[in-house]
Design a protein around this ligand. Structure first.
Ligand code: ZN
Length: 118
Protein backbone atom coordinates (compact mmCIF):
# COMPACT_ATOMS: atom_id res chain seq x y z
CA UNK A 1 0.00 0.00 0.00
CA UNK A 2 1.44 3.34 -1.09
CA UNK A 3 1.98 5.90 1.65
CA UNK A 4 2.49 9.63 1.28
CA UNK A 5 3.40 12.47 3.59
CA UNK A 6 0.89 14.61 5.46
CA UNK A 7 0.74 16.93 3.62
CA UNK A 8 1.60 15.33 0.29
CA UNK A 9 3.89 18.26 -0.55
CA UNK A 10 6.20 17.14 2.28
CA UNK A 11 8.48 14.67 0.52
CA UNK A 12 10.96 14.27 3.36
CA UNK A 13 11.52 10.48 3.43
CA UNK A 14 11.92 10.63 7.23
CA UNK A 15 8.66 12.47 7.81
CA UNK A 16 6.80 11.09 10.85
CA UNK A 17 3.42 11.88 9.40
CA UNK A 18 2.25 9.52 6.71
CA UNK A 19 -0.99 8.16 5.42
CA UNK A 20 -2.15 5.68 2.82
CA UNK A 21 -3.23 6.89 -0.58
CA UNK A 22 -7.00 6.43 -0.76
CA UNK A 23 -8.05 3.26 -2.57
CA UNK A 24 -11.44 2.71 -4.14
CA UNK A 25 -13.69 0.02 -5.50
CA UNK A 26 -16.79 0.76 -7.58
CA UNK A 27 -19.72 -1.44 -6.59
CA UNK A 28 -23.26 -1.03 -8.00
CA UNK A 29 -22.96 2.67 -8.76
CA UNK A 30 -21.20 3.51 -5.50
CA UNK A 31 -17.56 4.35 -4.97
CA UNK A 32 -16.38 2.53 -1.85
CA UNK A 33 -13.35 4.10 -0.14
CA UNK A 34 -11.85 0.83 1.01
CA UNK A 35 -9.17 2.24 3.32
CA UNK A 36 -10.88 5.41 4.55
CA UNK A 37 -10.57 4.11 8.13
CA UNK A 38 -6.78 3.99 7.81
CA UNK A 39 -6.54 7.43 6.17
CA UNK A 40 -8.81 8.91 8.84
CA UNK A 41 -6.83 7.27 11.60
CA UNK A 42 -3.63 8.87 10.21
CA UNK A 43 -5.14 12.37 10.23
CA UNK A 44 -7.08 11.78 13.46
CA UNK A 45 -10.50 12.68 12.08
CA UNK A 46 -13.65 10.54 12.13
CA UNK A 47 -14.66 8.81 8.88
CA UNK A 48 -18.09 10.43 9.10
CA UNK A 49 -16.50 13.91 8.92
CA UNK A 50 -14.43 13.08 5.85
CA UNK A 51 -17.22 11.30 3.97
CA UNK A 52 -19.62 14.17 4.60
CA UNK A 53 -16.95 16.66 3.45
CA UNK A 54 -16.44 14.64 0.23
CA UNK A 55 -20.16 14.22 -0.33
CA UNK A 56 -20.72 17.97 0.02
CA UNK A 57 -17.73 18.92 -2.14
CA UNK A 58 -18.59 16.44 -4.88
CA UNK A 59 -22.32 17.16 -4.69
CA UNK A 60 -23.36 13.57 -4.18
CA UNK A 61 -24.87 11.30 -1.56
CA UNK A 62 -23.03 9.06 0.86
CA UNK A 63 -23.82 6.34 3.37
CA UNK A 64 -22.26 8.49 6.11
CA UNK A 65 -19.37 6.08 6.43
CA UNK A 66 -17.29 4.93 3.44
CA UNK A 67 -19.42 5.08 0.26
CA UNK A 68 -20.20 7.86 -2.22
CA UNK A 69 -22.95 7.64 -4.82
CA UNK A 70 -21.46 7.71 -8.32
CA UNK A 71 -18.04 6.89 -9.71
CA UNK A 72 -15.02 8.89 -8.54
CA UNK A 73 -11.39 8.33 -9.37
CA UNK A 74 -8.55 8.11 -6.86
CA UNK A 75 -7.07 11.33 -8.25
CA UNK A 76 -10.34 13.27 -7.75
CA UNK A 77 -10.75 11.97 -4.22
CA UNK A 78 -7.10 12.59 -3.40
CA UNK A 79 -7.40 16.22 -4.55
CA UNK A 80 -10.28 16.79 -2.14
CA UNK A 81 -8.78 14.82 0.74
CA UNK A 82 -5.58 16.81 0.38
CA UNK A 83 -7.59 20.06 0.36
CA UNK A 84 -9.28 18.94 3.55
CA UNK A 85 -5.91 18.23 5.15
CA UNK A 86 -4.47 21.58 4.13
CA UNK A 87 -7.51 23.56 5.29
CA UNK A 88 -8.79 21.55 8.25
CA UNK A 89 -5.92 19.46 9.63
CA UNK A 90 -2.61 21.28 9.28
CA UNK A 91 -1.86 23.93 11.90
CA UNK A 92 -1.80 27.32 10.19
CA UNK A 93 1.00 28.44 12.47
CA UNK A 94 3.47 25.55 12.56
CA UNK A 95 2.13 23.32 9.74
CA UNK A 96 2.05 20.34 12.09
CA UNK A 97 -0.73 17.83 11.30
CA UNK A 98 -1.21 16.82 14.96
CA UNK A 99 -4.36 18.81 15.52
CA UNK A 100 -7.76 17.96 16.94
CA UNK A 101 -11.24 19.44 16.89
CA UNK A 102 -12.48 20.90 20.16
CA UNK A 103 -15.81 22.75 20.20
CA UNK A 104 -15.60 23.73 16.50
CA UNK A 105 -12.02 24.85 16.87
CA UNK A 106 -8.91 23.24 15.47
CA UNK A 107 -6.28 23.01 18.16
CA UNK A 108 -2.64 22.17 17.57
CA UNK A 109 -0.96 19.69 19.91
CA UNK A 110 2.47 20.95 18.91
CA UNK A 111 2.24 24.71 19.41
CA UNK A 112 -1.14 25.18 21.11
CA UNK A 113 -2.55 27.44 18.39
CA UNK A 114 -6.30 27.30 17.88
CA UNK A 115 -8.64 28.71 15.28
CA UNK A 116 -12.25 28.14 14.34
CA UNK A 117 -12.90 25.35 11.88
CA UNK A 118 -14.86 26.79 8.98
ZN1 ZN B 1 0.89 24.42 15.56
Amino acid sequence: MATIGIPKSNDDPYIRYKRQLISVKVIKGYTVLTNLDSVCHSIDRPESVIISFLSKTLGTGSNGKDKLRGTFSVSTLETHIENYIINHVLCKTCQNPETYIDKNKIRCKACGFSRSDN
